[in-house]
Design a protein around this ligand. Structure first.
Ligand code: SF4
Ligand code: F3S
Length: 106
């Protein structure tokens, strides 16, 4: 599966949503996650993210390994999103700030 990680938090650009062929993104208030049971590993979302927040699970940097579980858990409770909307208003301000995990609004 592919995994949405830290730099998506408070940015949520959502370019990833439009390219996914199987609709596996789920939306929270300030973060998106991928449902690992639906992702077909096509890889097209990864280069589309302006925040470079998406990784293949086998390429996850050590500091983002916790996001495997976060994507799995939150995708089971957050609603499916099929179409891109606008990014969060302060996306550019938050883009690149490290360790945003504690800001995820569940
Ligand atoms: Fe969707 Fe493909 Fe990205 Fe998986 S890798 S989330 S199937 S676009
Ligand atoms: Fe997040 Fe990047 Fe998608 S910032 S919403 S993973 S395009």
């Amino acid at each position: 599966t592919y995994v949405v990680t830290d730099n998506c938090v408070n940015c949520k650009y959502m370019d990833c949503v439009d390219v996914c062929p199987v609709d596996c993104f789920h939306e929270g208030k300030n973060f998106l996650v991928i449902d690992p049971s639906v992702c077909i590993d096509c890889g097209v979302c990864e280069p589309e993210c302006p925040a470079s927040a998406i990784y293949k699970d086998s390429d996850l940097p050590d500091e983002f390994v916790a996001y495997l579980d976060i994507n799995k858990k939150l995708s089971s409770s957050w609603p499916l999103i099929k179409y891109k909307k606008d990014e969060l208003p302060e996306a550019h301000k938050w883009d690149g700030i490290p360790n945003k995990r504690s800001y995820i609004e569940a």
